[in-house]
Design a protein around this ligand. Structure first.
Ligand code: AMP
Length: 283
């Protein structure tokens, strides 16, 4: 059995972290939905460097899944997650059940006005409300000094940063670059859904981001032309269905029409039933 402290109750966690704060200890926090991979472990290493105590949460958050999405199918392997967490020097794992965070009478949500309207918010209209709500709850339970998120979920990171500013959370938000497989595919728990054929097609996301980067480097400034070429490139893979390809302002996530400075290229595709996202800031 792992030696790390496993907490499932919010009240127990709150007491524990309050005590640690009173003792003057600093807390790094990495929220995840579990089924840990090297991307998550990189976040944990970043957290380990920054604070006295490292806290990991594992919670497959029902409010960020829409109807018909993969909540029930979402991959889970708690035993392996705990072994990996222990190897990374995690002090506490907070892993509540869904009823612990959402009681019968639950009715308070955190909703940002603008950032969720773009990119993934179009096809997942309640997703970021669920993310902002659960992260707020976890911040209130764990009371971290530092919270670590992946740039792989660029829009999520932007939303958390804005929420921390808007709601005066006294928390440093750190973004960590995307960790990739050898062929460039961004690591994701959802990659486990892919069949071998789908897995080999999946590297097209990263390739298409690099193609777009080359177009811009060679002087292309017309966003819709780059988007069009990227969609055509992705559509050439028969197992891929494009959800969106966007070029947008990295701060506001609003679409740009002419490339004049750094832009975020963000992509979401379905491979079979699996939805994968990736992004790159292009200069
Ligand atoms: P998830 O368990 O998918 O909700 O992700 C938990 C955290 O890990 C989020 O902050 C993600 O952005 C981050 N993350 C997921 N995949 C990667 C990756 N390939 N590289 C870096 N961070 C990642």
């Amino acid at each position: 059995m792992p030696k790390i402290d496993i907490i499932t109750r919010s009240i127990t966690a709150q007491k524990k972290f309050e005590l640690l704060r009173l003792k003057g200890q600093t807390i790094s926090f990495v929220p995840t939905m579990g089924f840990l991979h090297e991307g998550h472990l990189t976040l944990l290493r970043e957290g380990r460097k920054r604070s006295d105590r490292l806290v990991l949460s594992i919670f497959v958050n029902p409010t960020q899944f829409g109807p018909g999405e993969d909540l029930d199918a979402y991959p889970r392997d708690t035993e392996n997650d705990l072994a990996l967490a222990e190897a990374e020097g995690v002090d506490v794992v907070f892993m509540p059940g869904p009823d612990e965070l959402y009681g019968e009478k639950f009715q308070t949500y955190v909703q940002l006005e603008k950032l969720p309207r773009h990119l993934c918010g179009n096809s997942r209209p309640t997703h970021f409300r669920g993310v902002a709500t659960v992260v707020t709850k976890l911040f209130n339970i764990i009371k971290p000094h530092t919270a670590i998120f992946g740039q792989k979920d660029f829009q999520q990171l932007a939303i958390i940063r804005q929420m921390v500013l808007d709601l005066n959370f006294d928390i440093d938000v750190i973004g960590v670059p995307t960790v990739r497989e050898k062929d460039g595919l961004a690591m994701s728990s959802r990659n486990a859904y892919l069949t071998p054929d789908q897995r080999s097609s999946a590297s097209c996301l990263f390739k298409s981001l690099n193609n777009a980067s080359s177009f811009i480097k060679s002087g292309e400034t017309n966003a819709s032309s780059i988007i069009q070429k990227t969609i055509e490139y992705l559509n050439a893979y028969k197992s891929i269905r494009v959800d969106y390809v966007a070029l947008c302002d990295p701060a506001t996530l609003e679409d740009v029409s002419t490339i004049e400075g750094p832009v975020l290229m963000a992509i979401a595709v379905f491979i079979g039933k699996t939805r994968l996202i990736d992004n790159m800031v292009l200069d």
